[in-house]
Design a protein around this ligand. Structure first.
Ligand code: HEC
Length: 151
C-alpha cells in the first residue's frame, strides 16, 4: 500500500511539473490558460495511466484528478477574452468569430468533465470510468481541431 502511494505521488509530481520552456514568453491570460490546459492534460494522463493499467487504481486519486479537470472547466471561458492571441498562443481568432460554437464546446467539456468526476468518485475499478474518460477526450480534440493552431 505504502509503495503504491509513493508511486502515485511521484507520478503526479512528474505529470504536473510543467517544463519551464513550454510557456516561455507567454504572459497574462495566455500564460494562465496554457497552464490550465497543461494541467488538464496532466490530470488526464494520471487517469489514462490508471485506465491502461500502467498505474494502480485508487479512487481518491482518480476522483481528485477528475474533480480538478472539472474545476478548470469553470474558468475556461473566462480565460479566452476576445483577441487574446499574443505569441506564443496557438488560439485561433475563429474562437471569437464563432463564439457560440466555442461556448457550446466549453459547455460540452463541462458536462463530460462532471460526468467523469461523478463516475470516478464511486468507481472501484478504472473500467467504471472508461466511457466517461473517452467521452471527455472527444471534447478536447473537437475543440482543438477548430480552434487551435496545429503544431
Ligand atoms: C473549448 C475548447 C477547448 C477544449 C474543450 C479543450 N481545449 Fe485544450 N486548448 C484549446 C485552445 C484554444 C488552446 C490553445 C491556447 C493558447 O495557446 O492560447 C488549447 C491548448 C491546449 C494545450 C497546449 C497548452 C500549451 O502549453 O501550449 C493542451 C496540452 C491542451 N489544450 C489539452 C487539452 C485537453 C487534454 C483537453 C480535454 C480534456 C482540452 N485541452 C480541452 C481549446 C480547448
Amino acid at each position: 500500500m505504502k509503495t503504491s502511494t509513493y508511486a502515485f505521488v511521484a507520478a503526479i509530481a512528474a505529470a504536473t511539473t510543467a517544463s519551464p520552456l513550454a510557456h516561455e514568453g507567454a504572459t497574462g491570460v495566455v500564460r494562465e490558460r496554457m497552464l490550465m490546459m497543461k494541467d488538464i492534460s496532466s490530470q488526464m494522463k494520471i487517469l489514462g495511466q490508471m485506465i491502461k493499467g500502467e498505474v494502480e487504481f485508487e479512487t481518491n486519486i482518480a476522483s481528485s484528478a477528475a474533480r480538478r479537470i472539472a474545476d478548470h472547466g469553470q474558468e475556461m471561458l473566462v480565460l479566452f477574452p476576445e483577441g487574446s492571441v499574443d505569441e506564443p498562443s496557438k488560439a485561433l481568432t475563429a474562437i471569437w468569430q464563432d463564439w457560440d460554437q466555442f461556448e457550446r464546446l466549453v459547455d460540452d467539456f463541462n458536462t463530460k468533465a462532471n460526468e467523469l468526476s461523478a463516475a470516478s468518485q464511486t468507481a472501484s475499478a478504472p473500467s467504471e470510468m472508461t466511457a466517461q474518460f473517452r467521452a471527455l477526450t472527444q471534447t478536447c480534440s473537437t475543440c482543438h481541431q477548430d480552434f487551435r493552431k496545429p503544431d
